[in-house]
Design a binder for this molecule. Sequence first.
Ligand SMILES: Nc1ncnc2c1ncn2[C@@H]1O[C@H](COP(=O)(O)OP(=O)(O)OP(=O)(O)O)[C@@H](O)[C@H]1O
Ligand SMILES: [Zn+2]
Length: 462
Amino acid sequence: MLKIYNTLTRQKELFKPRLEGKAGLYVCGMTVYDYCHVGHARVMVVFDVVARYLRYLGYSLTYVRNVTDIDDKIIQRARDNGEDFQSLTERFIEAMHEDERALSVLPPDIEPKATQSIPEILAMIEKLIANGIAYVGSNGDVFYSVSKFSNYGRLSGKNLAELQAGERVEIEQAKQDPLDFVLWKAAKPGEPAWESPWGQGRPGWHIECSAMSTGCLGNHFDIHGGGMDLQFPHHENEIAQSEGATGEKFVNYWMHNGFVRINEEKMSKSLGNFFTVREVLKRYRSEVVRFFILTSHYRSPLNYSNEHLDEAAVALTRLYTSLRGIDAGEFEVEADYEARFREAMDDDFNTPVALSVLFDMARELNKVKDSDKQRASQLAATIRGLGGVLGILQDDAERFLKEGDNQAEGLTAEQIETLIQARIDAKKNKNWAEADKIRDQLKQQGVILEDVPGGGTNWRRE
Ligand SMILES: Nc1ncnc2c1ncn2[C@@H]1O[C@H](COP(=O)(O)OP(=O)(O)OP(=O)(O)O)[C@@H](O)[C@H]1O
Ligand SMILES: [Zn+2]
């Protein structure tokens, strides 16, 4: 029986769908003004596995992941580029779809865009005003009145009094209360805008998701997901808006994935510490990247590093090596291993444990390969069958293993020079540990450093 960790109740709960045999899943998707980084890839892959597993369990699933295609950062980037915002967002939506295909992420059933959901958004804001929960501010923006929603703060475990105490004296006079958030922004000159009862403007970020999710899945649906940074305020505000407008419960299970981190920090566009999916795919095969993401439980942090990706490549190669030369034939998935795999996945989608079951199978397969062809084929069929639930191990083993050799490109000269410079800087700062670490890292990549007497560093490939 599937159990899901529900952020709302802070415990694992048995998954009971609202409607027998059916499930609805909504995930907050990308704000499309740049290429997807590995953090975004994690959202895509994690919820792709959730969707695949729900379907494998027999649920008829509707999976919705939105696209935020209008917001401040989009407007700013389009302005910087001197292009209109649609040409910017179209380009990055296409790039996102390419990344998704590369990572074997199956497209969601519905991919609503904010700019195409304006009527639903307006209807919800009007409902909130009619219910006395939203108001038009003195600047023409429409705000949500947080104090009118008694459950505010439940998801993120904050209470109103605490939040209010944390707010500094209001700077924005248009609001009645500092905690109130914007539902509709009045247009400034030259900004993209839509007609509304409150004049030209555009939707706030939170209302988009309330309108798109309920529009696609109904007022009350099963699962809502996104990165853990979205718990507050985004998802808190979604609950307040949706429940405030419909009077019904909004979502039964809230799922949040942990961050992809670099050196203990969230990988993010704003911090500038990110690797785009396409950069990473130049060095690692897409299946390795997908596998890497699955090696960690979705709620745990996932530390991005070349070493971890190299480890993922080695591990995946081990699985493919076990499959080499074995014809899976017509065999069905073997019941005992499948039960163990399911037990892992039923436990809040525990992919690292599910992968360990695949490794156990590979070990047995290696043992019986020469002695028991029948058992070997059955195991191969099981590895491939269960691997498919995770979206891995569907390639031809021979091809995967051969490609592996060609792809070991190593670091580019530019990357090597950058690391050498970082090592020189570390030494200047007497940070010997860091300097040694860089030397070792380069050595692992087959690059040998030779310090020149009197300063400077030469390098060569092993
Ligand atoms: N480093 C990360 N690890 C895991 N999930 C992430 C990471 N960064 C963003 N996400 C998630 O990706 C989804 C899309 O987010 P969005 O496009 O709004 O990016 P963002 O959070 O603004 O990214 P950034 O922080 O890089 O600017 C959200 O569900 C968000 O929580
Ligand atoms: Zn959202």
